[in-house]
Design a protein around this ligand. Structure first.
Ligand code: NAD
Ligand code: UDX
Length: 482
């Protein structure tokens, strides 16, 4: 029986390993983590992350060939293949702060693997890492190996949150990078390929050299984020000209060379990956003497910040340039639907912008707990984060000006305006007539996700702003926004 150990039981390690265990009954999978609460939750009925379909997969395999444990060293020592799926956040201090990936967790995991191993192992980079990380990892492993053989592979993960299980069941591709130039490397590639081949068609398993695999992951995220910034930049032009961004992106996306996916204009992209990975790419370009390339990708993040600021400015200017003391309902706080994850969610910057203008916020999200919302809004931005909003809101101000409630009707009652910041399905089918009746007039809707039926809401009486859609006559008369 092949034994796999995955270090890091997070959004990637947990679902990825659960699917490997589910699809490969002859493989034993142990997912280990330093966090005791996380592992306890993985072993309970309430998993630590919300992901459609995940509960079923975990329940089917847990205790059979899937185990969650804090006994890291024991499981690493016993494994044939060790996946490392620890977090690789942006460095917050020192050289490269604000751009470079922080590889502290990765390095400590690699040193521990070298320390505890008594048999040869394949070590797989599952985390997203800078190009050439595998070389550094190889050095750490071989210099501490006591004669044991290690083969390092890069196997970046392309799942998206909210659709992780379907993405893992049916991936567009599985990428395996390794030392193609030597027999040991080729054998390691084949071993990992054999695992995925148990459910992924051969032609979708791509094998490359290590550096191509590492760079492909950063490039894929940069391309995806760039599409969103492209359509978001066009959304601003749509509002200025009377074009409709949904019609424009649909017409553009019909070109088979462009394709229709990932062209939804929004209040901005969020999530733990896009910004972090682009910053990392920018840093790598700068380190390689490519400032023009670095600036090109930096612009993707700048447009994203512009889009969030534009949304706040539009709201404030539409409401007579003051929202001081006004109650604003925030529908949705997670960075996208079907996840409770709030990392880099645009809702944080938008809410901070509104709080800075002294609004009273009532927030509802079906998956994000109150404690997380308070934490996110009170956490200061890092000094280096000059690209994004630099607004800092004190914990006291957040406590006085923010309330978290349990449904959309409670949030919107008596509110002067509604902001939709996450595209949860339930926001499409709310009784907007009832909501309108319970709001002071004029009643505003600011849809940052193009969720509502604009014509219908205008008919009800709402003043509606929807990203990239022709402006409400009311909004046209308001002062121009930067
Ligand atoms: P996460 O923060 O949810 O999980 C990482 C886990 O690693 C944490 O539970 C942490 O306690 C654990 N950990 C850290 N150091 C450890 C150590 N030395 N020993 C044991 N456990 C340790 O992060 P994530 O979202 O799962 O992301 C992991 C990696 O995958 C990152 O590099 C990320 O860029 C990449 N990635 C993430 C996604 C995504 O959608 N979240 C998608 C593709 C790739
Ligand atoms: C992303 C990549 O899609 C995935 O391949 C990678 O492994 C991890 O990073 P994730 O961040 O989980 O996945 O979600 P994704 O669906 O990419 O959405 C990211 C952000 O972009 C969300 O805030 C989403 O709302 C936004 N988005 C997405 C848009 O604003 N418009 C779109 O058309 C698509």
């Amino acid at each position: 029986m092949v034994k796999i150990c995955c270090i890091g039981a997070g959004y990637v390690g947990g679902p990825t390993m659960a699917v490997i265990a589910f699809k490969c009954p002859s493989v034993e999978v142990a997912v280990v983590d330093i966090s005791v609460p996380r592992i306890t939750a993985w072993n309970s009925d309430k998993l630590p992350i919300y992901e459609p379909g995940l509960d079923e997969v975990v329940k089917k395999c847990r205790g059979t060939n899937l185990f969650f444990s804090n006994e890291i060293e024991k499981h690493v020592a016993a494994a044939d293949i060790v996946f490392v799926s620890v977090n690789t956040p942006t460095k917050t201090s020192g050289l490269g702060a604000g751009k470079a990936a922080d590889l502290t967790y990765w390095e400590s995991a690699a040193r521990m693997i070298a320390d505890v191993s008594k048999s040869s192992k394949i070590v797989v980079e599952k985390s997203t890492v800078p190009v050439k990380t595998a070389e550094a990892i190889e050095k750490i492993l071989t210099h501490n190996s006591k004669g044991i053989e290690f083969h390092v592979l890069s196997n970046p993960e392309f799942l998206a949150e909210g659709t992780a299980i379907t993405d893992l069941f049916n991936p567009d591709r599985v990428l395996i990078g390794g030392r193609e130039e030597n027999a040991g490397g080729l054998k390691a590639i084949q071993t990992l390929k054999d695992i995925y081949a148990q459910w992924v068609p051969q032609e979708r398993i791509i094998c490359t050299n290590l550096w191509s695999a590492e760079l492909s992951k950063l490039a894929a995220n940069a391309f995806l984020a760039q599409r969103i910034s492209s359509v978001n930049s066009i959304s601003a032009l749509c509002e200025a000209t009377g074009a409709n961004v949904t019609q424009v992106s649909s017409a553009v996306g019909k070109d088979s060379r462009i394709g229709s996916k990932f062209l939804n204009a929004s209040v901005g992209f969020g999530g733990s990956c896009f910004q972090k990975d682009i910053l990392n790419l920018v840093y790598i370009c700068e380190c390689n003497g490519l400032p023009e390339v670095a600036n090109y990708w930096k612009q993707v993040i700048k447009i994203n910040d512009y889009q969030k600021n534009r949304f706040v400015n539009r709201l404030v200017s539409s409401m007579f340039n003051t929202i001081s003391g006004k109650k604003i309902a925030i529908l949705g706080f997670s960075f996208k639907k079907d996840t409770g994850d709030t990392r880099e969610t645009p809702a944080i910057d938008v809410c901070k912008g509104l709080l800075n203008d002294k609004a009273q916020l009532v927030i509802y999200d079906p998956q994000v707990p109150e404690t997380q919302i308070f934490k996110d809004l009170s956490t200061p931005k890092f000094d280096w984060d000059q690209l994004g909003s630099t607004i800092q809101i004190t914990e006291d101000a957040v406590k006085q000006s923010v309330k978290v409630v349990h449904n959309a009707y409670e949030a919107t009652k008596d509110s002067h305006a509604i902001c939709i910041l996450t595209e949860w399905d339930e926001f499409k089918s709310l009784d907007y007539q009832k909501i309108y009746n319970n709001m002071p007039k004029p009643a505003y809707m600011f849809d940052g996700r193009n969720v509502v039926d604009v014509a219908k809401l205008r008919q009800i009486g709402f003043i509606v702003y929807s990203i990239g859609k022709p402006l409400d006559p009311w909004l046209k008369d308001m002062p121009a926004i930067a």
